[in-house]
Write a protein that binds this ligand. Sequence first.
Ligand code: GRF
Length: 203
Amino acid sequence: MAKIKIGVLVSGRGSNLQAIIDAAKKGEIAADIAVVVSNVPGAFALERAKKAKIPAVVVDSKAYDKKEAYEAEIIRVLQSHKVDLVCLAGYMKLITPRIMAEFHNRIMNIHPALLPAFPGLHVQKKALEYGVKVSGCTVHFVDEGTDTGPIIIQAAVPVLEADTEESLSARILKEEHKIYPKAIDLFAKGKLKVEGRRIKVKR
Ligand code: GRF
């Protein structure tokens, strides 16, 4: 089967990137990573890309005075690698309408909570503080809101009484590493049908 090309945007440690690299290597997803782009120089995710011999590009968001110029460069890099799908994996910048227009319904994100509960940052801590008994993670398409786009896959985990932010995060992260490659593979095989907010998975 023909493979799609993905571009992964990162800002940090890149464990989700690693899960995608491993899944691609094992032939578990119909996709190859064409490029990894980090807005943070020195992000560990860049090392992971280099180790896997994947082009790793830094577009330092702090080096640009104008957001427009930064974005134009991100778009240029993604397009120069002929990317079909953009995967945000711990990418700590907001995606603006300009990038969204270039890659309409072709940008995915992974979020460490069961959306629409707990969008935004530090969500494992917020879930613990709120006292939920179940949390999890969500892969969704990116729209103009923060973590509001149509949901592709979710996985749930229990919240235990002894949990700390770290232990809950680790339990959720394990699931993230399973569902992100799965969502990419469904997209790659043309199995995702977006109907408004609802995404149907073709069998
Ligand atoms: C993950 O928890 C992801 O859900 C969130 O940011 C974290 C990134 O972790 N968006 P990593 O860089 O993939 O290890």
